[in-house]
Design a protein around this ligand. Sequence first.
Ligand code: ZN
Ligand code: FE
Ligand code: FE
Ligand code: ZN
Length: 267
Amino acid sequence: MLADYHLHTPLCKHAVGAPREYVARAAELGLVEIAFTDHVPAPSGYDPAFRMELRQFPAYRRRVAEAARDAPLPVRFGIEADYTPAELPFLERWLPEQGFDLVLGSVHYIGDWGFDNPDNQAGWVGREVASVWREYFGLVGALADTRLFDVLGHLDLPKKFGHRLAEAALRELAQPALDRLAAAGMALEINTAGLRKPVGEMYPSLLLLELARQREIPITFGSDAHAPAEVGQAFDQALALARAAGYDAYCRFAGRRAQRTPLPAPK
Ligand code: ZN
Ligand code: FE
Ligand code: FE
Ligand code: ZN
């Protein structure tokens, strides 16, 4: 089976279940490894409703270590680090010092608009869909250029509520961002959480994953679980998507070093 590299904890204020319960579910499913990747603290005040405070970070480290201690599978220590220009000075200084196994980079904001928050959907009114995607991919490229992150989370997140781009436009806007991810040596996450959202499909789409494969960008798998029952969810579909895009391997991380791992055979 696969490794689930995107798990949250209640410290982000919108997840339920103790880390131990996530570990138990992973073991039950036969996952080979998991990584906790809760939302990074943001001392400059970015998006405080959805993350731990900096003073809670030691508790996060301790809870993950406790869950790892008796776990029947390796439990990695990661973080979902939101890329936002205001927090960049903090991230540059702080991220490399924490001893993470992996750092997931993601973009949830365009300017001060949290575009994937269900409460902020009015922000689409009066915005052109293509210009939102253009700005979004620009931020993904800027994230890659920082060289601070190992894996890009949920690449086509702006589709979450159904704001899709036509294939030709998507290809044109995504390719420069994918080139910058490849140049940074980053991996790309296949994230099954989109199946639970209005869009009803994984991030990224097959088209984008094929473009990543052409650039030899490695992949990881993540459920983005905010509850123990979501661990490893729809990983059979994620595996099928990876194979459909031409992948035969994925990445595991320890100490921020990637190790190529063959994909399991389809069931
Ligand atoms: Zn979350
Ligand atoms: Fe995210
Ligand atoms: Fe997440
Ligand atoms: Zn996420």
